[in-house]
Design a protein around this ligand. Structure first.
Ligand SMILES: [Ca+2]
Ligand SMILES: [Ca+2]
Length: 99
């Protein structure tokens, strides 16, 4: 019997998030999938706790420098850097700006 967690249900329901990432880039697709998983409440942006989950998911997939950020516990510093407008949430355009 397969139990579906709320998180997976949220991911399956697809939210309305669309990341304009290059379709050919496998890493980008992985990153987008991780973004959807990390966005626990499905509102399309990441609060700090969601962003930290996103970093750890990316680290598990070996994306970018996430493993280094994760292993050094630099999530908070990374969040401050990515949240360019300082509104306390990270949006897809802000993420793309630092990639
Ligand atoms: Ca969210
Ligand atoms: Ca922001």
């Amino acid at each position: 019997m397969i139990r579906t967690t709320p998180l997976i249900q949220a991911a399956l329901m697809g939210a309305s998030l669309t990341l304009s990432l290059p379709a050919a880039a496998q890493d980008a697709e992985l990153g987008a999938e991780n973004y959807r998983q990390a966005d626990a409440n499905g509102d399309g942006v990441l609060v700090y706790a969601e962003f930290a989950a996103f970093i750890d998911l990316n680290a598990a997939d070996g994306l970018g420098n996430s493993a280094r950020v994760s292993s050094r516990g630099m999530h908070a510093r990374a969040f401050e850097r990515v949240d360019a407008n300082g509104d306390g949430v990270v949006s897809p355009p802000e993420l793309q700006a630092v990639q």
